[in-house]
Structure formats: C-alpha cells, structure tokens
Design a protein around this ligand. Sequence first.
Ligand SMILES: Cc1cc2nc3c(=O)[nH]c(=O)nc-3n(C[C@H](O)[C@H](O)[C@H](O)COP(=O)(O)OP(=O)(O)OC[C@H]3O[C@@H](n4cnc5c(N)ncnc54)[C@H](O)[C@@H]3O)c2cc1C
Ligand SMILES: Cc1cc2nc3c(=O)[nH]c(=O)nc-3n(C[C@H](O)[C@H](O)[C@H](O)COP(=O)(O)O)c2cc1C
Ligand code: SF4
Length: 654
Amino acid sequence: MIRNTYGNLLKPAKIGTMELKNRICMAPMDYKYFSGNEEESSMSYQQVKVFEARAKGGCGLIFTCATQAEREIMPYPREMQFPLIDRDERIKEFAEAADAVHVYGAKIGCELTMGSGRYADNVDMEKYPPLAPSECQTQYHPEVRARAMTVPEIKHMIRTYAEAAGRLKRAGFDALLVMGGGGYLINQFLSPAWNQRTDIYGGSREKRMTFLIETLQEVKKVVGDDYPIIVSLNMDDLLPEGVSACKGIVVEDAIATAQKLEELDLADAFHLRIGNYYNQEYIVPSAYVTNELYMENFKKFKKSVTRPVIFENKLSDPKEMQRLLEEGILDFVSTGRKWIADPDWVNKTLYDKPVRPCLRCNYCLHTLWLGKSTSCAVNPEHGHEFEGEIPPAPKKKKVLVIGAGPGGITAALTASQRGHSVTLLEKENKIGGKLEIVAAPSYKKQYLEYLDYLKYQMEESDVEVCLGVEASPETMDFYHPDTVIIAAGADPIVPPLEGIDLAVTADQVLSGKRKVRGTVVIVGGGLVGCETAHVLTEQGCKVHIVEMRDQVLKDTSYVTRHSQLDVLKSTGAALHVNTKLLKVTQRGITAEHDGKEQFIEADAVVLAMGYRNRSNLYEELQDLVEEVYQIGDFRQTRKISDAVNEGYRIGRGI
Ligand SMILES: Cc1cc2nc3c(=O)[nH]c(=O)nc-3n(C[C@H](O)[C@H](O)[C@H](O)COP(=O)(O)OP(=O)(O)OC[C@H]3O[C@@H](n4cnc5c(N)ncnc54)[C@H](O)[C@@H]3O)c2cc1C
Ligand SMILES: Cc1cc2nc3c(=O)[nH]c(=O)nc-3n(C[C@H](O)[C@H](O)[C@H](O)COP(=O)(O)O)c2cc1C
Ligand code: SF4
C-alpha cells in the first residue's frame, strides 16, 4: 500500500515543458563506467543499468555525469575522463540510457560540459595547449599557464556544444543540464577570478555572461524554444586565499546571471553549487562538514529568482526535503550519494520501508581519485546492476559465517538470498561488530542508522543468528558446515611495553566500557586516535595525541583529509608527532622524540595504535571444512567498504 505522507515532494511537477513524476532528481555523478579510451569514451551498458535501477527506484529526473561536447581543442580532463557526445555515432549509446529510464516514467537530462579550461590535467603542452578565458595558471599543474581563447575558438566551442545538445535531443534525452558551475569552462568565463578579457566576453559582470548567453541562444536554435534547459551555477567559488587576485563568483554574481537568463528566457530552472575542486568537500560534503554555507547562499538565491531551483548537497531525510519545499526554500531536490547507497530509496519511502543510509564516507569519490570505477561502502551492488538479480545457488550448502560485523552480515545475507542455509555466529550478545564504536563521534550517527538497517535486513532474512557463541575449531563438530566464511574482525594492537596494562584501548573508551577523565594521552594519531580525541574533548577531557610518524591522519583519504584536520583542530588537542611511546606510568607516558626521552603527564592513557588479526582460525579450519574463506578486517585491517564488498562477493560466489 502506498502511503505518500510527503505531500508535493513525491507528486508530479514541471520544469519548463517537462512533466516529472515527482520532485526528486539524481545529481550528476561520474562513476567511470564508460566504454572506450579517452577519445572514444562513451555510455556503457554498465552505466545504463545504473540509471535504469534508479529510474525503477522512483527517481523523477536523472542527470548523467559531466559529458563532453568537444575534444579537439578542449580535450581535458584526460585522467578524469568523461563520456563524449561529439559525433552522431554516439547517439545510439545515449539513446539506450533514455529508453531504459523512460519505461519507468523517469526523465533524463545530460550534464553537458564545455570542458575544463584551466582544470586541464595530464598536461601535454605541445600537443594540447590548455585554454581558458584569459591567460592564467592551470589548477593541477601550477607551472603550466593556460592561454586565452581566441574568438574563433570561443565560437567553435559554442557551435560544437549546441550540436551536442541536438544529438542528445535526438537520442531521446528530456532536458539539458548546462554545466555552468563546478569551476569548469563556463564557470571560468563567469568568474572574475579567471576572466580578465577586454572584449565582449569579459570586463564587467554583464560581459562575463556573454559566453553562457551566446551558448544558450545557439543551443535553443538547435533544440527549439520549448526544450527544457536547466543551468547549473556556482553560488560561491570559495577560492582559497592566494590562488587568484579576487574571491571569484559570490552569490550576488550568481543571482545577477540567473536574473539575466530569466529575462532572456534562456533557462527553465537552476541547479546550484558552491565550491571548487580546491576543496571538494564543499561540493561533496562528508560526515565531517555541514551544509550550512550552502543553505545560506541557496536561500538568498531562491528569493531572487522566479524559475524553479534545484537543491542538492547533503539532504538525506525526505521529511526535511518536504519541509523545505513547503516553506518555499526549494522547488526540487537533487541527491547524489543517497542514490548510490540505495537505488530504491524513493519507492521505499513511499512504502514506508527502511532505506539504506549513505554514510557520507566519500569512499565513492575516493575510488575515483585512485583511478578506479566508483564503488560504495554500503551498497556492494552499485555498479553491478548489469549482473542482474542474485542468482540461486546451483548447489545448496550449509554455510557458517563467523562474526556479525558489516562484512559477516553482508556475506550471510547474500548467501542466504541464494538459497544456502546460513548460520551466523557472533561472540558478543549483539550484532554490528565495530559499527557502534565507529558511530561514537557526534558527527557519525549515520553509522548507527546503517546498523539499524542491517538489523532490519537480518530480521527479514532466513539467516539463523547465534549470539554469544565464540567460534573455534571445536564449534565445527556441532555445525558441520560445508563452507565457513570468517569475518571475525581484528583486535586493537597493544605493544608489550612497560606499564602497558595501565592503559586502556580506544575501543574500550568509545564503547563506554572504560571511562577516562582529566588529561588524557592518546597514543596513535590515525583516524581512530583523532576521533577518540574528539569524543573525549566533548566529555571535557584535555587531550594529547602522540604519533610516531611525521603527521597525524596520514593515511586518510585526500577527499576528507581537509575537514578531518579541521575537526581535530577544533578539539584543541596537543599534537606530538615524530614521538614514540616507550612506557606507561601511573602519571603519564615516557616517549622518545628526536632521540631524547620526554615525559607527558596525564591522568589516563588511551591506545589507538591500529588493529591486527591475531587468530589462527583460518589455518585451523583448513583440514576441518571443505571451503574456508576470510574477509574484511580479519583478512586485512581496512574499512567498512572492504568488509561489505568482500562479504557480497563471497556470498555471491559460493
Ligand atoms: C573507532 C573506529 C572507527 C572507525 N571508523 C571507520 C570509518 O569511519 N569508516 C570505515 O569505513 N571504517 C572505519 N573503521 C573500520 C571499520 O570499523 C572496520 O573496517 C569494519 O568494522 C570491519 O568489518 P568486519 O565485519 O570485517 O569486522 P568487525 O566489524 O570487527 O566485526 C567482527 C565481528 O566478529 C566477532 N567475532 C570475533 N571473533 C569471533 C569468534 N571467534 N566467533 C564469533 N564472533 C567473533 C566480533 O565480536 C565482531 O562482532 C573504524 C574502526 C574503529 C575501531
Ligand atoms: C562519485 C561522485 C561523482 C560525482 N561526479 C559529478 C559529476 O560528474 N558532475 C557534477 O556536476 N557533480 C558530480 N558530483 C557531485 C554530485 O553531483 C553532488 O553535488 C554531491 O554528491 C553532493 O550531493 P549529495 O550530498 O546528495 O551526494 C559527484 C559526486 C560523487 C559522490
Ligand atoms: S561510498 Fe560512502 S559516501 Fe559514497 S554513497 Fe556509499 S556510503 Fe555514501
């Protein structure tokens, strides 16, 4: 039974002439599921199946990722390659995507980019000189300067862009998302930071709009006046100090551009951003940041325009979306990672079913920076939609899974879905593994939502869960499994140093099993040490972090490091890098720094020195059970994403 308690949010609405079944869009996201090399990069079957799943899951309007219209004079980005719609042969591949989503009543719009301009990467200056509105430094290769585009080059870009828009319309695409933000070429023309031209394309705010206006006019000539055009704009470039002579675009510039486009009837809606790739977390906010700055700019923008505005950026709760719609703060919502984490979230919301939450861990983005295709920490099926439903197992087996953390639970659920008879053993009296302590910091509560989701899935499944049972070789005599999957995690490292028994582990503190107060030394400045520092300072402790290496948070991802460091700074913790623990005493620790011993006085010492699996269970079971696998932290200490994806793979493979 459908119970739409979300009013207009999940009811039909219009952008220009386009009828949408609801007000929910899927934000443009690049997964790198393309076929072909840089020159041939196109829409793949894998990508089409991702769109299809989101259309089936209830999305009103799907945006593709940035797609390039031209690659002759603007061939960048090369490493972060985008699909191309630069010639008619590409139409059939894009048509596949349009056909796939239309049968579910969804609409599709392409985010068409003019190219990178000063974002040029993998620079081959001789062959492909980077071009920008004015001569300036390129972003990723500060030693390389981009050349100012000539007027014929500008006209070429406008013409090829309009031709590409025409191809998309012929492919059956319902709307165009003109990429005017995100720091790409149109954004650079609009931004006083990068456009110092003195011809009709620069000089004043009005003249900086000329490139966008001429582009939209040319597009309209090709696609017609009633083809829906959504323009994405940056409300604030948020350039870091020192990279340019001015701040770049601020919200007043974005409003003036939008008002001009409304006056000329060149845009049917606006899709809004803040930030730039200097700090990607304004565009893709992680758990460590809020979206207040976005909201502040958005409200100013919305008040100043008459056409619909599309809100994106970290909105997750449909009730909040509905409230913002009712209050007139937004007209449409565009969510990104929520669709990666759960392609069915709109339908589930309509049927009042639990939705798998996005953790905002930005692992999806991190995988892109590693040069891989996107995968998700909580949805192992993302990108595997083309493989179809989980197939029944040809031979039904008795499967024993050891450890009910995210890895073991995923393996158990997947194996059970295939028809295996699955028993999950957990030595504690509850399931979830480390998820509860992962969620200890106040900004990581979405990990508890994820745990609730896993509990719900377990209740709905046929998996038999045995709590308070510690698996050992002897346990096999009782269960007689055909297959064992060991997902027993890893234990904190406690080095054999003098006085170490006086210390407690971060796990004990975060789980609330041990209390510390006063001045605390945390040994280990990785993610666990720094997050423990946050939890303890919120409890009123004064914290020192001792780290053996030359930096704290050294192994964290490039995409979240900025904001993790900001969170750490907010704790006021005293950092002692290049400092190695020697011994623990009743009054603090002795450590070595620069070859000298130093004493740090403290009321308590907390160990956050990493995790290691010390169990021999895998080796011990080899002769007792036919098939034995190890996954997650038990195999190698890593992340939730590794445990979940390995659990899925093994559950699907056995
Ligand atoms: C404080 C902290 C913060 C973290 N933050 C993040 C983060 O932000 N993002 C991220 O991706 N990762 C994070 N991690 C890492 C993440 O928690 C682990 O990578 C993940 O939990 C591994 O999942 P798993 O299923 O392999 O093991 P676990 O979650 O460790 O689960 C193993 C389970 O096996 C049980 N078990 C052990 N031995 C037996 C036995 N013999 N019989 C039966 N049961 C047994 C244990 O009780 C436990 O329930 C963090 C870790 C910590 C400690
Ligand atoms: C993996 C990934 C790829 C992205 N690729 C693009 C892209 O190609 N074009 C774009 O405009 N935005 C891109 N974004 C940004 C998203 O459109 C969106 O702005 C961002 O994820 C914030 O919304 P959310 O909090 O709902 O995820 C990407 C985001 C992610 C996570
Ligand atoms: S990888 Fe993390 S941030 Fe990305 S969609 Fe999945 S849960 Fe969300």
